[in-house]
Design a protein around this ligand. Structure first.
Ligand code: GLP
Length: 242
């Protein structure tokens, strides 16, 4: 089932998204949260930090598993997703750092790292709430458009359009890694609940395609139409075409 929650603007939609996560942790303090990077969830993370600072939110029993990481980058690199998570959330709340998980971009053996990550998620008993952003080409995590829905954690070759879109975070496009480790569609779809955040008119077309178009691996997010509990949170611009 899909529920759509609309915020007036980015700040409003970020608060709505943060409240869903807040509610999840309140209901189940030892939740396993699947977390995401990208610019869209930053506002929600800021709001969660505010709730924590006011004493209303306790991350001490939370475990997190992030969706993806660039292959080749380690956590010292300020472009890595581990660095992003530390900076935008983990360093500001009382989550136990040892209970935060991001694929290890520095592990050269892709098969080994992907198996480790799948086992980790399984041993945690699965993900209670998975937060997602939406790539311009319909990717979730780094599950790029392709011929099949990949099930488990895998190593992907990033799409040209993704490398281009993400080059804004790097000094030059040549510095953007060309591969990443990402949870698969199976990992994501096994989560109890999914919260997907979208912002800005640039996402309006892909939101429509993903949630109201055909279910196809060419639009990886379209598989979310089959999930039993999805909350789509967006601002007016991103939801303007649905
Ligand atoms: C990256 C991430 C995705 C994210 C997407 C959209 O490629 N791997 O998880 O959803 O970008 O990012 P943004 O929210 O900045 O549009």
């Amino acid at each position: 089932m899909l529920r759509i929650l609309k915020g007036n603007d980015y700040g409003d939609m970020s608060r709505i998204a943060a409240n869903v996560i807040f509610a999840q942790i309140t209901m189940k303090p030892d939740s396993v949260l699947g977390l995401a990077t990208g610019s869209t969830p930053i506002g929600a993370y800021e709001q969660l930090i505010k709730y924590y600072e006011k004493g209303n939110l306790d991350f001490s029993h939370v475990t997190s598993v992030n969706l993806d990481e660039y292959r080749g980058l380690d956590e010292a690199s300020d472009q890595s997703y581990r660095y992003f998570m530390n900076k935008h959330l983990f360093e500001h709340v009382n989550i136990n750092m040892e209970e935060t998980n991001v694929p290890d971009g520095k592990e050269p053996d892709a098969a080994k790292e992907c198996l480790r990550y799948d086992n980790l998620i399984e041993n945690l008993g699965g993900i209670d709430l998975q937060l997602l952003g939406l790539g311009n080409n319909g990717h979730i995590g780094f599950n790029e458009p392709g011929q099949v829905f990949e099930k488990g954690t895998h190593c992907v070759d990033l799409a040209e359009s993704t490398i281009e879109a993400n080059s804004r975070f790097f000094n030059s496009i040549d510095e953007v890694p060309t591969q990443a480790y990402t949870m698969g569609i199976g990992n994501i779809m096994s989560a109890g609940k999914i919260l997907i955040v979208v912002s800005g008119e640039g996402k309006a077309d892909i939101v429509k395609k993903a949630f109201f178009g055909p279910i196809t691996p060419q639009v990886p997010a379209s598989i979310l139409q089959l999930h039993k509990d999805v909350i789509l949170v967006g601002d007016e611009a991103a939801l303007s075409k649905i």
